[in-house]
Ligand binder design. Sequence first.
Ligand code: ADP
Length: 771
Amino acid sequence: MRNTSVAELPVLPLRGMMIFPGMLLHFDVGRQRSIAALEQGMMNDQRIFLVSQIKDETEDPGPEDLCEVGTIAQVRQVMNLPGENIRLLVEGESRGVIRQMLQTDPFMKASVQICRDRKPRSRADADALVRTAQDLFESYALASQRVSQETVESIRSLEAPGDLADVLAANMLSKREERQEILNELNPMRRLERICVILMRETDMADTEKQIQARIKKQVEKNQKDYYLREQIKAIQTELGDQDDAEIAELRQRMEATPLNEEARGKCEKELDRLGRTPPGSPEFALSQTYIEWILDLPWGRETTDNLDLGRAREVLNRDHYGMEEVKERIVEYLAVLQLKKDLKGPILCFVGPPGVGKTSIVKAIAEALDRKFVQMSLGGVRDEAEIRGHRRTYIGSIPGRIIYGMKQAGTMNPVFLFDEIDKMSADFRGNPAAALLEVLDAEQNNAFRDHYLELPFDLSKVMFITTANSMETIQLPLLDRMELIEVPSYTEEEKLQILKRHLMPKQILEHGLKAGSLKISDAIYRTMIEGYTRESGVRTLERTAAKVCRKAAVYMLDHGKKTMTVNAAMLHELLGAPRYHREEPEKEPRIGVVNGLAYTSVGGEMLEVECTAMPGKGQLKLTGQLGDVMKESAEAAFSWVRAHSQELGLKDDFYKDIDVHVHVPEGAVPKDGPSAGVTMITALASALTGQPVRQTVAMTGEITLRGRVLPIGGLKEKTLAAYRAGIKTLVIPEENRKDLEKIPEYVLKCFDIIPVREIQEVLNTALIRK
Ligand code: ADP
């Protein structure tokens, strides 16, 4: 049964809102007729009829502007707001339907039918519907996430379908029309069914919404991430770009400030352009950059002014180098020509001599005398052309060759450039470095030297090239043709003494932080240092020995709190240990078949014994001891001479028929070569075959012809010094070498009987003890 009682109530139109029974509503009232209606309501039992306008925009609604169904409500609170407005709190009681409008002014008043919900006909139907609605709402709440857990729970407690429908409508419907529709529905079951339909729709919608949201969120997130990453890349690129731009700009600036030649400038420009287009940080970028830097690092146009003051040159050369008179004089001549001719075209100087005789250091002195920069490149072991000329840029990790590297190091276009050990350079499948070197040394070509890496012409014509070699025999011929050889001979003991005393020791004393004059060393001690601890043509070991003395002396003086110290024989022994070499006393006793020969090797002069024995055999000549071809031939010539002169020697004509002869040069590990052992071989053979002993105090050197003539040899000074060191008393030399004796110091010559000879007979007469 529908409760259908009627009440006369003041009507208050609601704009854009509505209230369900059982719910509270706050709203403000400002319109004149509404205020009047409220006042009327307050005077009765505080009940008013709240009903929505059909159109929100209607300012002053009349009865025709109002919905039919509204809510009868109890006013719970009235609050006057500033101005005319009043704020109300009302609670909905029940639905109401306007039956008749009783008045419209000063407020609307109507007779309203009060519609309370009827009890449902079937309790079970109602319960099922309620449960359905509650479940649907729960799903909706879950899907929409717009409903609080509390609301869900409070809804679970509602049992009446009508009330549930109203609460649900109030909670989930936002459109006024929909809400009004629910309000209009007076049948609670139908109302809740309607709500269920809406709930389903809304849940679906919420789900879809959620999916869309998720998609959007994802999209947004991705967009955001992309955006963020892109921004980061941009930032990084800007940063790098700025840097690279700065780097490129700096290179360009440097290029503009450098007096490059035309081709180099072109190459640089091209490379800089390419650099601008290359992604920074890429390997290509670094390669281009390195290439440009190499070009710009070269000493374009930078030159030192030559100091051609000959007096000063002599002074500088003399200051650090004792002796070497010929070398120094040649250098001074060279500088004089340079001064007059003003160009360097001409042969390249090549200093030839054993290690440690000061070749390198005199070249340094030349650079100093000229006020030029000094660079040095060792050619020892260089076999690849690329070391001289570089690798093409297509090779990974390619760099310029050592010439260009040296020029960069020098920092000027006109340094003194020393090629060390030009005789130790070899060739292999990677090309011939000598050919490249020839181009470098050739004054006609080297104004446009092309390095494979740089691929542009670089002017080397102002460079003063000087080379050194240990022995001229192994210098490749084309190179040899280009060079003027200057021999730097080994030093005599006396020269070494002076070098040690005047240069090496003072230098080492300073280098070890000692005071000049703090070490007192007599000549005799110096001599012991030379003779007892070194055996060399130069002074390298001697310099190391001097360093060792200083090192040990420094420790000794600190230990003993001394400022100066005298190095006597005992002290030297303490500092350096026992002497390593002893002056060899020659075998005094004459021996058969053993002769002292003298050789000139790459490390200086050396005394070599030649041994010979005869044994039963068939006339063969056997040679051992690592003899080179020339030396072998020389031995064969010697044997032939002996056979041809058997009568003179007192041998049978066919003495050789039933013997073999064996010639051996000891120290088999050392390769020996050269023709100058000819006289030694004949003497050894003659002694072995005739049984006449050889004087061991005699040493000899000389090439022979088949007829027995003695020809001159090289390296007389070195050989003489070797004989001197060996304690030889009689020195047999070719007559034609007599002139070379001038170069040998007096004190050395004094020790010998020197026998210059023309014929082999004279040699035999001197060396053999005739029976
Ligand atoms: P090389 O190049 O001939 O092998 P170095 O020039 O390296 O020899 O010389 C080795 C050391 O001996 C250097 O310290 C050098 O100064 C010194 N030296 C060589 N000869 C002399 C000399 N005549 N006077 C002074 N010092 C010398």
